[in-house]
Design a binder for this molecule. Structure first.
Ligand code: HEM
Ligand code: NAG
Length: 535
């Protein structure tokens, strides 16, 4: 029987199709996927919820974020500028008036990372804001590059004439009709603030553009059918830019939005998508980051104090209605010498389960954490999972990375007992790695890349520090590993801005990279200890 797919079922099909193309691990993809869909870093939790009722007192952070994206893009001109973060160097300009833009900068600076640049945050914030307020799902493609300095000016102002606005949007890459659409899509959220525009909002607080805080077509229904509350339509004539723009085609576009919420939604998905993907020439955006229905997260292979090897990993199940307390997920692995299990007991149950029932776009998450310890001689070569949805052992499916299993690289592993934040001296952290010493291939170039959130330049500064051979006093000596330690120089008063550490080493000309370790204040759950008890 063929039946029409519901939107949710269509979404599931999309996940499955993309899951086939995805192979774990992919540090850059995993970071963004967890940021955008699993909402793990706290970024998507910054805005308050969108409500149906208008609110003239509480600012809408979603509205502030969407306006930020437009103001960053609005100075684009023939491959120069666009979404490049330059807005955050341009906040003193009259065209960028508004505490919403500077608040956004403050909110964003703690979320900059190697894998999410400031302009990527700006674009992702637009995507998150629109969907949190009930608008369409807009694909997010990472890869934007932070500008080094302010760019040209040219954000439209409400006093502008229709001809000036049409020319500005043409410079930005939008036709006269698309201008109507993009302004309506923006002005469905938020409003005009009295402190920023006292001549337009002569009262106090915020004069909303329409009668809901949702991303909906009320910006159009209010305009066409009334009552109109948009202060850029019914305000002083000189600043009625929305009236001039909305009426510029005899109201044809606005009538189509008022007549169809679906038309408004799909038009906005396209136009806001183009807005956030307007980037300078030379910047190449990567493919859209779609959620992966089943994926390992927070993977860490480490040498324990006892000299054994611990594998820690969380299996995430993501999608609409995935929370199922009967489900049993089992971790299975193969030791380093074979594709099976030498000891015959290479399986483990999860040690804890967590879930999130209310992610964006109707999605949910259930996570299964595992931690298993084996001898360094046995070690691991790969792992996979079996999933029993009913929990009675009758129907069990396998999750194995599309067939190849999830690979374990035991040539370079972390030493948590000897990796920590340091709050004295000129060093901010000590990262110790263990490299495999019982193979034929010699190691070279053991190093740690530290990522510092530069909250002035609004960029991720990367420093690579060579690690030197030494001892790890808290570890029982074992023949399989030798220890390399890197002291990461840095200003301890900025300890929370040292967000990530990635360690790597070269074996036979091939770079082997460990997982992404979080700094002491990092929001990631895999992170270094907060202090070093002894040196
Ligand atoms: C001719 C073009 C435009 C003009 C003249 C204009 C003007 C304005 C003005 C005067 C405000 C009030 C800001 C404040 O009170 O701080 C505002 C708010 C806003 N604009 Fe525009 N805008 C234009 C286009 C756009 C576009 C294309 C978008 C996004 C796609 C957008 C998104 C927003 C949002 C979301 C707000 C609400 C901000 C908040 O409530 O904090 N605007 N706009
Ligand atoms: C467009 O709609 C506005 C608001 O309803 C109205 O004031 C204006 O006269 C309309 N313009 C045209 C050409 O119909």
């Amino acid at each position: 029987m063929i039946k029409r797919l519901s939107p949710l079922a269509a979404l599931v099909v999309l996940f499955l199709a993309d899951a086939l193309a995805y192979t774990w691990p992919n540090l850059a993809y995993d970071f963004v996927e967890e940021f955008l869909w699993l909402e793990l870093t706290g970024f998507a939790g910054i805005p308050a919820v969108c409500t149906a009722s208008p609110d003239g007192t509480t600012p809408s952070i979603q509205a502030q974020w969407l306006r930020t994206a437009y103001h960053d893009m609005a100075t684009a001109n023939a491959g120069v500028g666009g979404i490049d973060g330059s807005i955050f160097f341009e906040l003193d300009r009259a065209e960028n008036v508004g505490v919403g833009l500077s608040n956004t900068k403050t909110q964003f600076k703690n979320h900059i990372s190697k894998y999410m640049s400031t302009p990527d945050l700006i674009a992702a914030a637009a995507v998150i804001s629109v969907s949190q307020c009930g608008g369409p799902s807009i694909p997010f493609r990472p890869g934007r590059v932070m500008a080094a300095a302010a760019g040209p000016s040219g954000v439209p102002v409400p006093e502008g004439t229709l001809a000036q606005h049409t020319a500005a949007f043409q410079r930005q890459g939008f036709t006269a009709t698309e201008m109507i659409g993009l302004v309506a899509c923006g002005h469905t959220l938020g409003g005009v603030t009295a402190v920023d525009f006292p001549a337009i909002n002569t009262g106090s607080g915020i004069a909303p553009f329409d009668d809901t805080r949702l991303f909906d077509n009320h910006i159009a229904t209010n305009y066409i059918q009334g009552p109109n509350i948009n202060p850029l339509v019914g305000g002083p004539a000189v600043t009625d830019s929305d009236a001039r723009i909305f009426g510029s085609d005899g109201n044809v576009t606005m009538k189509s939005f008022a007549a169809s919420a679906a038309t408004f939604s799909s038009t906005c998905a396209t136009l806001i998508g183009r807005m956030i993907n307007t980037v300078p020439t030379g910047v190449t955006l990567r493919d859209p980051v779609v959620p992966i229905a089943f994926k390992p997260r927070d993977y860490l292979l480490s040498v324990t104090a006892a000299g054994t090897l611990n594998l820690q990993v969380t299996a995430d199940i993501f999608g609409p209605s995935v929370i199922n307390n009967n489900r049993v997920v089992t971790l299975r692995w193969a030791d380093r010498q074979s594709s099976t299990c030498a000891s015959g007991v290479c399986t483990a149950s999860s040690i804890s389960t967590t879930s999130n029932p209310s992610l964006r776009n109707g999605n949910t998450l259930q996570s299964y954490k595992f931690s298993v310890t084996v001898s360094a001689a046995a070690s691991f070569s790969s792992f996979w999972f079996t999933v029993d949805e009913v929990g009675n052992g009758v129907t069990v499916t396998t999750q194995n990375n599309g067939g190849g299993n999830y690979p374990v690289d035991d040539l370079i592993v972390n030493v948590p007992a000897y990796s920590c934040g340091m709050f004295t001296g000129a060093n901010i952290a000590r990262i110790t790695t263990a490299v495999r010493a019982d193979g034929a291939t010699q190691v070279s170039g053991v190093s740690v890349e530290a990522m510092f959130q530069n909250q002035v330049a609004m960029s991720a500064d990367l420093t690579t520090v060579a690690a030197s051979l030494g001892t790890a006093p808290f570890i029982s000596p074992i023949p399989q590993y030798v220890y390399y330690t890197a002291l990461i120089p840095g200003d301890t008063s900025f300890s929370c801005q040292y967000l990530n550490y990635e360690f790597s080493a070269i074996f036979g000309g091939v770079v082997h990279t460990g997982p992404l370790l979080g700094g002491v204040c990092g929001v990631r759950s895999i992170r270094i200890g907060t202090s070093c008890s002894t040196t």
